[in-house]
Every structure is written in C-alpha cells, then in structure tokens.
Design a protein around this ligand. Sequence first.
Ligand SMILES: Cc1cc2nc3c(=O)[nH]c(=O)nc-3n(C[C@H](O)[C@H](O)[C@H](O)COP(=O)(O)O)c2cc1C
Length: 211
Amino acid sequence: MKVLMLNGSPHEKGCTYTALCEVAGELNKAGIETEILHVGGGAVHGCMGCGGCGKLGRCVYGDDLVNAAAEKMKEADGLIVGSPVHYAAASGAITSFLDRLFYSAGKYMAYKPGACVVSARRAGTTATLDQLNKYFMISQMPVVSSQYWNMVHGSCPEDVRKDEEGLQIMRTLGRNMAWMLKCFEAGRNAGVCLPERESERKRTNFIPAKQ
Ligand SMILES: Cc1cc2nc3c(=O)[nH]c(=O)nc-3n(C[C@H](O)[C@H](O)[C@H](O)COP(=O)(O)O)c2cc1C
C-alpha cells in the first residue's frame, strides 16, 4: 500500500516537511510506502474554470505537478496534504494545486483516506485545517484524525523538532491512517463492496419556494 503526501510549502525541507516525515515514519513502520511530493516550490496556476479537464481527463495546464499527482493518486491508497499557514490559510500554491487536482481528478480520491497537516509559527492553524479538510469531504474520502488537530508549531525545522506534542500528534496520525488502510484492505479481502452510487448526480442550485 502507498500514501501520497503533498508538501505545499515553498520550503522543500522546512517545517511542513518535518511534520510529514514524522507521519511517514509511522506509516513506513506499518509497511506502508510513502512518497512526499514537493508541490509548493514553484509557480502553480489557479483553476481557470475552463472545463477542459472534463473533456481531456486531465488539467489543461501541463507545466506543473498537478497531472503527475493525479496519475500517482490512481495507484495510491491514501493522501496526506501538508501546508504552512499563510495569513491564517493554506499556502497559495497548495490552494491552487488542490483546486485543480480535485476538480480534474477527484474520482481517483474517492473512498481513499485523507488527512492534512499544517505548520504555523503561532495562529491560523484550525482555519487552515478546516479549509484543507473540505477537499476530502466533498470527494467521499474518509478523513483520518489524531489525538488533537493535526498541527505543529515553529518557524524552522529545529522548532518543530522541539514541539513534542505536535510530533506526537503526527505519529498518532500516521498510526491511525495505517490502521484505517489495513481495515479497508481487510474489508476488501472479505468481499465488502464500495457503496452503491445513485445513477443520477443531483445538482440543485436553489430550492424554489412553494407557491
Ligand atoms: C507569507 C507568510 C504568511 C504567514 N502567515 C502566518 C500566519 O498567519 N500564522 C502563523 O502562525 N504563521 C504564519 N507564517 C509562518 C509560517 O506558517 C511558519 O513559519 C511555518 O511553520 C512555515 O512552514 P514551512 O517551513 O513548511 O514553510 C507565515 C509565513 C509566511 C511566509
């Protein structure tokens, strides 16, 4: 089994990476492969809402890692998204990245466990977690939790390594995700099918008032 981890920080080996590594360590101990993809280091287009992905099956932009991540998600069993807190929100890069990844490849996420981790110097962590969890919750992904909200604190990796509680939260998250993945595998092996989907997807924009 494999979990794809996205690092949405501009810093390849910064605080977010340090947190992701702590989660990865527990997944690896449980025999689950991990890959950390650094997606926050370069320019990431925002979604243009062109609808091109609906026709092409991939995002129209090919000059960043969105389509590569989508390909990886076809095979991956779970997804972890990491972001620093920028102005009490996720980084601009990961926001643009996830908008396009989920819009063009949401079907590869469904029924796969998802979790997010955030790193801040001080504040804005829970707002950022709320923001990131919403991608999972609109995509039929079971959300993995920990003993506390998934956050570490620091301005540099050395700070994060001193955040003993934050690191424990990351390790617990890793073990919880490993447990969930193994439960799902056991279910599959025992013949538990994915839930049925209704044939017609309703898209109600408003509910007309009764006459
Ligand atoms: C543009 C920008 C905005 C930031 N906004 C916040 C913030 O709102 N709250 C906070 O606690 N830290 C904020 N920080 C600090 C980072 O969240 C923090 O240093 C984080 O741990 C860095 O993670 P990284 O090394 O993975 O990039 C900000 C940093 C930058 C560059």
